[in-house]
Design a protein around this ligand. Structure first.
Ligand SMILES: Nc1ncnc2c1ncn2[C@@H]1O[C@H](COP(=O)(O)OP(=O)(O)O)[C@@H](O)[C@H]1O
Ligand SMILES: [Mg+2]
Length: 248
């Protein structure tokens, strides 16, 4: 049984087919990357998987359950959680309190949630920022907080939407190490990512979306040589440079 399975999922906004008959599956323990130009339907796909949007058609199974129609918090309870492309912490809360709130998804007492939150904050490298208000964090720290909040819900499957965007190469490397560790501890990862170095380092398999359709699927080093994939990126400012960087 797959941990996640999408079958022919479609979602339109008015006349625009943002996701057009996308099917893929994910084994427990795997790391799958989703790439594609801006507007390809990547985030919309995430939104349909995690219950933020209801697809017009298709089926989605997570851990043997049909998730379409379930609310995001119900899906989170089942063990699937996502980060947002635009990070959304509670700005007026401290780092610690942000993570405690997330940990309360599963922890039964504040005390249990606090203990868990502290461990996770240390794990993501924010220990010395635990009493800082989220609004006072730099972008890389906010991204780590976003990751900490997601991890605090103890996901089986973690969906990451462009967590590496805006980070320096060193910060990207640190995040790659952190995510490898998360995966090693047993969490399956599905990541949308433009930072090709991150995709190449982490993913065992990549799928490529373009105009809502899956145009390629395979190991990352093969997918980046696919002509259709290269063409789909050439109009994008990050495209050529990132791909050459990834291969060179
Ligand atoms: N809530 C929405 N209402 C209308 N159009 C949307 C909405 N969300 C996304 N879109 C459109 O759907 C397409 C896919 O968007 P998105 O899934 O965000 O792409 P990606 O994450 O791959 O950049 C884009 O053309 C976008 O403008
Ligand atoms: Mg997006």
């Amino acid at each position: 049984m797959f941990l996640l399975e999408l079958k022919d999922v479609s979602k339109s906004f008015g006349g625009l087919k943002a996701v057009a008959g996308v099917s893929f599956n994910l084994e427990a323990g795997e790391i799958l990357g989703i790439i594609g130009p801006n507007g390809a339907g990547k985030t919309t796909t995430f939104n349909t998987i995690t219950g933020f949007l209801r697809p017009d058609s298709g089926q989605i199974w997570f851990d043997g359950i049909r998730v379409i129609g379930m609310k995001p918090h119900q899906i989170c309870q089942k063990g699937m959680v996502r980060t947002f492309q635009l990070v959304k912490p509670f700005l007026e809360l401290t780092v610690l309190d942000n993570v405690v709130v997330a940990a309360l998804n599963r922890a039964k007492t504040i005390r249990e949630a606090s203990e868990k939150a502290l461990k996770i904050i240390e794990f993501v490298g924010l220990k010395d920022k635990k009493d800082t208000l989220a609004m006072g964090l730099t972008l890389p720290h906010r991204k780590r907080l976003e990751l900490a909040r997601a991890l605090a819900t103890e996901p089986k499957l973690l969906l990451l939407d462009e967590v590496m965007a805006g980070l320096t190469p060193t910060e990207v490397d640190e995040l790659i190490r952190l995510l490898m560790e998360v995966n090693r501890k047993g969490t399956t990862l599905l990541l949308i990512e433009h930072v090709m170095r991150g995709v190449m380092a982490l993913s065992k398999r990549v799928i490529v979306l373009n105009y809502g359709e899956k145009i390629a699927e395979g190991p990352p080093h093969e997918v980046v040589k696919n002509r259709q994939v290269i063409e789909a990126y050439l109009g994008e400012e990050y495209g050529r440079e990132e791909f050459l960087g990834a291969q060179g």
